[in-house]
Design a protein around this ligand. Structure first.
Ligand SMILES: [Cu+2]
Length: 73
């Protein structure tokens, strides 16, 4: 299985618990290998299995937790 990485620009995080909530929310999806999220820079890096989960699902999960996310350039 080839894992892929995506960096998401995450908006609305203002403290450490926000980044922890984003991380836990993404981790609940299947197919996630690792998540790091930094509220200061707004960067959320996700390593995932593209056969099990899509970037759109990851963004949707972050949105359901109340934060914005889009693929960073
Ligand atoms: Cu917060």
């Amino acid at each position: 299985m080839a894992m892929e990485n995506v960096r998401l620009k995450t908006t609305g995080m203002h403290c450490q618990s926000c980044s922890m909530l984003v991380r836990m929310t993404v981790e609940e999806l299947g197919g996630i290998e690792s998540v790091t999220s930094d509220y200061a820079s707004g960067a959320t890096d996700v390593t995932y299995d593209p056969e099990l989960v899509t970037v759109d699902q990851i963004i949707g999960a972050i949105a359901s937790a109340g934060y914005g996310a889009e693929v960073a350039d």
